[in-house]
Write a new protein. Structure first.
Ligand code: SF4
Length: 419
């Protein structure tokens, strides 16, 4: 098995109508269809009730076994390769530094986010554990197997961080706690810190505090959408999904109080119809609050309600990546940047030589996320090819250099050093 998928890939050099950005009007999701009653809530998996036998590799041609967290979790293909529970090769990277775990239930996620492969509207098409998510398969692995392997590796573990991704499910809060407890009972969270990718819809302040008390290091909120309108359209009532912008911000503020500066952050998907100015204003707001921004480039996930739309043109993505990095790590401010009448960044407000050095470092173009053991601005969570095919990389899961930088500069329309 490989974690490199190319099906569904669309060239991202330019967006719809040759535009170098994805405008709001062209990013409308399809509406979800109706799921027959006997296909809802994982009915097929539950009624067949096949017992799982160790690691399960997604295969929608066979009957999916009945697996549930906290006994089972799913993990990214990159994490499964690195952990050694599946085989495969990743283009230009040998392993990932983040063990991304995802809660799993036959009922799946009860939300319906338009860009997400895990969404509820897919119930009739694919059992939950077989759904693609950020372009790759997510094998299901017993939590005991994971903890045994990591504990026995000790200081030699390839992982610099573990992350528990919650989903929208009534058991999600308690099972996140159970998974975290199982982890910390055998693995020192100082050695491999834990991040929580939260599900604010089912959480309150006490849940946030409980995770902090149990040893979680960083708490993130996947706003995903950069504006309330896009949030509503892609993950709220626009697609019969339960999420609310205000609730996400409420939990984000709780995380800020409880986890403190540099220990909370947001996920933002770029290219779902917001302007570059809007997204960088959000980035600035989060930094002013003391948090960090983890960015994803919109990719039309196969089977999602947005799979017919254009991936974010690389020009738009590179400009936002650069602006985000400057604000997150180099003390730049959105107010010093200049934007054109369509909200595109045209000037980052830095002297040419300084900007050149930052571009040539390649750091702004690496995958952004929670840090590992290398540097604060190098993410442990490198999500290889989670937001693009390897043939047209959006977030670099490795250090870009040489030809990569040349290509990035072309996409930024800054082909040569400024000074
Ligand atoms: S809540 Fe998360 S997992 Fe569920 S559909 Fe939305 S983005 Fe996907």
């Amino acid at each position: 098995m490989s974690c490199v998928k190319t099906e569904g890939a669309q060239p991202a050099e330019s967006g719809r109508d040759g535009l170098d950005f994805n405008p709001f009007e062209s990013m409308t999701p399809r509406l979800p269809g109706k799921t027959p009653k006997d296909m809802q809530n994982g009915a097929r998996v539950k009624s067949s009730n096949v017992a799982p036998q160790g690691v399960y590799r997604p295969d929608y041609n066979i009957l999916t076994p009945h697996m549930r967290s906290p006994e089972y979790v799913q993990m990214s293909t990159a994490a499964a390769i690195t952990l050694g529970v599946t085989t495969g090769r990743m283009y230009r990277c040998s392993c990932t530094r983040c063990l991304n775990l995802l809660l799993t239930y036959p009922e799946g996620c009860r939300a319906n986010c338009a860009y997400c492969g895990l969404a509820r509207h897919r119930e009739a098409e694919r059992d939950y554990a077989d759904r693609n998510f950020i372009r790759v398969d997510w094998p299901a692995v017993p939590m005991d197997v994971i903890v045994d392997k990591i504990a026995s590796d000790g200081a030699d573990s390839p992982f610099h961080r573990m992350c528990i991704s919650m989903i929208t499910h009534p058991r999600s809060d308690d099972d996140t706690v159970a998974v975290l407890k199982k982890w910390t009972s055998r693995i020192d969270p100082e050695a491999i810190p834990v991040s929580i990718l939260s599900n604010p819809t089912t959480m309150g302040r006490r849940d946030v505090q409980r995770l902090k008390d149990l040893g979680a290091d960083i708490f993130t909120v996947a706003l995903d959408a950069a504006t309330p309108e896009i949030f509503d359209r892609t993950r709220g009532k626009g697609v019969q999904s339960p999420h609310k912008w205000a609730k996400y911000w409420e939990v984000l503020m709780d995380a800020r109080d409880i986890f403190g500066p540099e220990k909370f952050g947001v996920h933002i998907i770029v290219g779902m119809g917001e302007t570059e100015h809007e997204v960088l204003q959000l980035v600035q707001r989060i930094v002013d609050l003391g948090g960090h921004n983890h960015m994803f480039c919109f990719f039309p996930e196969q089977g999602s309600l947005m799979d017919h739309l254009s991936a974010t043109p690389r020009d738009q993505w590179r400009r936002v990546q650069l602006g985000r990095y400057l604000i997150d790590y180099r003390g730049a401010r959105v107010e010093q940047m200049k934007f054109d009448d369509r909200g595109r960044a045209v000037d980052f407000g830095l002297p040419g030589g300084e900007l050149d050095d930052i571009i040539d470092s390649g750091l702004p173009f690496r995958t952004s996320g929670c840090p590992g053991k290398v540097a604060e601005d190098i993410s442990a969570c490198d999500r290889p090819y989670g937001d693009s095919p390897p043939s047209d990389i959006a977030s670099f899961p490795f250090q870009p250099k040489g030809k990569d930088i040349k290509k990035i500069r072309k996409q930024l329309d800054i082909p040569h050093r400024l000074v």
